[in-house]
Design a protein around this ligand. Structure first.
Ligand SMILES: Cc1ncc(COP(=O)(O)O)c(C=O)c1O
Length: 368
């Protein structure tokens, strides 16, 4: 008997390796410190939590489809035109919508070799072909990206700073990349960690959006604003891009509690500044202390560090991960990012940071 045909996903879908998020629990189930997803150790602004609770009184009502209050608040904060802001269920959703809006079958989207994994997933899910450009020193290489461009290239995805490497390109580099890209290639700058960067030569790119037709910047409320559970992100882009994404997004893609909490979070400037200061204090401390243990740390401008481990048996990233996990410290394995010899560590509370360094010291000090 002939086997019945069954519905099959279209080409590309089964090439996607499902995204493996940073782990939540140790093998024994006792989470002590989760340092695997670059969440803020300070949590959200208390104002955002209150706004969220208030919004819980109206759960029967659909959200404002265009997130007017949130776009206005973002516009006020950054001096942007709210008409060119579009909100999504996390920047993950926005990246996916950009791929679906601008890639056809066989079209190519470039990402860097250790770039954020969602770029590849979004590209394949839209029927496009992901093209990987080499990095230099764990940093995006503009010339390698430009060499990867073909007549089929429709999007260049660039996380700046990049996750999981923590490295960044100065704004001059971004401008050079844009200048040499064809005007019909969309440059998507994913600036999820922009609020943490303390470098004079860094800009997220929103400054460019008003003057060119092919740059979009994605931002998130999941990191410094501490609203990862609510799924809230936004993009700032040229009118024709915003218009296209508005046509394909779900009409109620952002919930009302998320809109309300987002407005309160972005308005509480002091809370975000406190989180940035905490990071400024502990990021260099972690880099220095972990470096002292004989481990290489890639210099980071974000709220996490990339730690490289030796290949010696007993000292590998997998060994370190098991050792730390057994002590309730959860870091991020990076096989999926083509960095099997490294772990990513998010900057945590003072207690978490000290505990990680002490545990890594014990790990490096024990007999291999
Ligand atoms: C570079 C980068 N972009 C986007 C995201 C996704 O953020 P969101 O929670 O807004 O979907 C992350 C989260 O880890 C990230 O590291």
């Amino acid at each position: 008997m002939l086997a019945l045909k069954r519905p099959e996903p279209r080409p590309g879908v089964l090439e996607i390796e499902p995204y493996v998020p940073g782990s939540n629990a140790t093998p024994r189930g006792a989470t002590v410190f989760k340092l695997s997803s670059n969440e803020t150790p300070l949590g959200p602004s208390p104002d955002a939590v209150s706004a969220y609770h208030e919004a819980a009184e109206n759960l029967a009502i659909y959200p404002d489809s265009s997130g007017t209050a949130l776009r206005a608040a973002i516009g006020r904060t950054y001096g942007l035109n709210p008409a060119l802001i579009l909100c999504g269920a996390g920047s993950d959703e926005l990246l996916k919508l950009l791929a679906h809006g601008f890639l056809g079958p066989g079209d190519e989207a470039i990402h860097t070799v250790h770039g954020f994994l969602v770029f590849r997933i979004a590209t394949l899910s839209a029927g496009g072909r992901p093209v990987s450009a080499l990095e230099s020193n764990y940093t995006a290489d503009i010339d390698a990206i430009l060499r990867a461009v073909t007549p089929r290239t429709k999007i260049v995805f660039l996380a700046n700073p990049n996750n999981p490497t923590g490295t960044y390109l100065p704004f001059n580099g971004i401008k050079r990349l844009r200048r040499y890209l064809a005007s019909d290639v969309l440059l998507v700058l994913d600036a999820a960690y922009a609020e943490y960067v303390r470098r004079n030569d860094y800009k997220s790119g929103i400054e460019m959006v008003g003057s060119v037709d092919n740059v979009v910047v994605c931002r998130t409320f999941s990191k410094i604003y501490g609203l990862a559970a609510l799924r809230l992100g936004w993009l700032y882009g040229p009118p024709q891009v915003v218009d296209a994404i508005n046509r394909i997004r779900g009409p109620f893609n952002v919930s009302q509690p998320a809109i309300a909490a987002g407005v309160a979070a972005i308005t509480d400037v002091t809370h975000a500044e406190t989180a940035a200061k905490h990071n400024e204090r502990w990021l260099p401390w972690l880099e220095q202390e972990i470096g002292r243990l004989g481990l290489t740390v890639t210099p980071s401008v974000a709220n996490f560090v990339l730690i490289h481990f030796p290949s010696t048996a007993g000292r590998t990233a997998a060994d370190a991960d098991a050792f730390l996990c057994a002590r309730g410290l959860i870091l991020r394995r990076l096989e999926g990012f083509r960095l099997p010899d490294a772990l990513r560590l998010s900057v945590g509370t003072e207690a978490a940071n000290r505990r990680v360094v002490a545990a890594l010291s014990a790990f490096m000090g024990r007999a291999a």
